[in-house]
Design a protein around this ligand. Structure first.
Ligand code: AMP
Length: 211
């Protein structure tokens, strides 16, 4: 079993690259952001509690997220490996994940040097309401405006992709998520990839790491 973990600031391309790797290698993508958004959309009691946290750009509690992740990674639908997109987000989550054993762990830090790139990417991002596919009106526009290329669903902006919330997400990233890079570096499983280059080039670099 292989575990690939993508680390990087919001807008670094974790979701987009995970989608490509999932299709190409047949590993299962686990996006905690997607799982939380689905819960919020379902209007469940827990979803209603999570909504304001996500909209403010803060992290949901470790107890909730760790349980969701543990259930997914031990699911019988995963056989070859899985890709973590958006988890872990702090040291405690990283330690919890390490308790789940795998044959190989690869952590890829997608590095974006410039905050302006992050803001521009997130402010022009659109996701499919139905299948969560990610588009970008500037860099990766859908063939038909507002319509998902993959399933024909309607594209929408994420409620947390606004300037105020992006600022908070970046602050949280720098304060609590970024220190995980050192945790994985010390474990000897970290690879750094420049994420300001094209998606194709990033994918090529990751292919070299995986092979
Ligand atoms: P993302 O789609 O990864 O940008 O996540 C969107 C939002 O979901 C985050 O801003 C958090 O509020 C929440 N979230 C996603 N993953 C986690 C996590 N591992 N721990 C805590 N909150 C998370």
């Amino acid at each position: 079993m292989l575990r690939i973990i993508f680390l990087g600031a919001p807008g670094a391309g974790k979701g987009t690259i995970s989608d490509i790797i999932e299709k190409k290698y047949n590993y299962k993508k686990i996006s905690t952001g997607d799982l939380i958004r689905a819960e919020v959309k379902s209007n469940s009691i827990i979803g209603e509690k999570l909504r304001p946290i996500v909209d403010k750009g803060e992290l949901v509690s470790d107890d909730i997220i760790v349980e969701i992740v543990k259930k997914r990674v031990t699911s019988k639908y995963i056989n070859k490996g899985y890709i973590m997109d958006g988890f872990p987000r702090n040291i405690n989550q990283a330690k919890e994940l390490s308790k789940i054993e795998v044959d190989r762990e690869v952590v890829i830090y997608l590095k974006v040097g410039n905050e302006e790139v992050i803001f521009n990417r997130l402010l022009s991002r659109e996701i499919c309401k139905n299948c969560e596919a990610i588009f970008n009106t500037k860099n990766k526009p859908p063939k038909v405006e507002g319509v998902c290329d993959i399933c024909g669903g309607i594209l929408e902006k994420r409620t947390d992709d606004n300037e105020g919330t992006i600022e908070e997400r970046l602050r949280v990233y720098i304060e609590v998520t970024k220190p995980i890079i050192k945790y994985y570096e010390d474990k000897g499983v970290l690879y750094r990839v420049d994420a300001s280059i094209s998606i194709e080039e990033v994918f090529k670099k990751i292919g070299e790491i995986l092979n």
